[in-house]
Write a protein that binds this ligand. Structure first.
Ligand SMILES: [Zn+2]
Length: 228
């Protein structure tokens, strides 16, 4: 009975240990998502800056283009005319390159903005999930604490009813051994260490008039019947 309570204590302890790890993992996922979002946002900013720069350059080219065109009317030689024509062609080429760049930027900005919006939705959802998980976890922690308290009470009551020497032995075994301290022996085999016990001791166990412990693992043993 006391052992049942202690087994439950151990289980609670294990589960309580897992809860912070789960929370920590979720937090790590959130941080990753946050970093991805920041990365996408900065990519978006870079695209916008590239677009602004290209637009400024286009604005600056406009007067140069007009000036070259008006100079065409004032030329005196064919050579000069050809030179200005070439200049105008080059400017035209440059302008169309910049315009294409602006259009390309705008398309990428649109894609990137959608990505950021999706990220935001996912972020909000993940945060909601995290908060729910966190609340559930602290609720579970509280329930565990309540259970531990009531188990402690019951253990106290039971402790007063059992043989005090046996309890002492049990408690000191519990400190050194992991898991069950009181185990059955089934068909000569101790279920704690899975090693055999001598036939004489086995007969004593079946008679059940003395307290026995396993010579291999020291656990307190009792006869568990002959069926596995
Ligand atoms: Zn044993």
């Amino acid at each position: 009975m006391i052992q049942d309570i202690d087994t439950r204590f151990d289980a609670i302890q294990r589960e309580k240990g897992e809860i912070p790890k789960e929370i920590e993992k979720l937090k790590g996922d959130l941080d990753l998502l946050k970093r991805a979002m920041e990365q996408d946002l900065s990519t978006l900013e870079e695209l916008k800056e590239t677009r602004r720069k290209a637009e400024r350059e286009l604005e600056e080219m406009e007067p140069r283009f007009k000036k070259s065109k008006s100079r065409l009317n004032e030329v005196k030689s064919n050579k000069e005319y050809q030179a200005i024509l070439k200049e105008i062609e080059e400017l035209k080429e440059l302008i169309s390159q910049k315009e294409e760049m602006v259009i390309g930027c705008m398309e990428e900005i649109e894609i990137q903005e959608k990505e950021c919006a999706t990220n935001n939705l996912r972020w909000e959802e993940s945060q909601r999930e995290f908060q729910i998980k966190e609340q559930e976890s602290s609720q579970r922690m509280r329930e565990f604490d309540e259970e531990v308290q009531s188990l402690s009470g019951r253990r106290g009551e039971l402790s007063q009813q059992v043989d005090q020497d046996l309890l002492k032995r049990y408690d000191s075994l519990r400190i050194h051994l992991k898991g069950q301290v009181v185990v059955p022996v089934i068909e000569f085999v101790c279920q704690g260490c899975h090693l055999g016990i001598p036939p004489q001791q086995y007969n004593d166990l079946i008679r059940g008039d003395s307290l026995q412990s396993c010579h291999n693992c020291n656990r307190i043993i009792y006869w568990g019947g002959d069926e596995g």
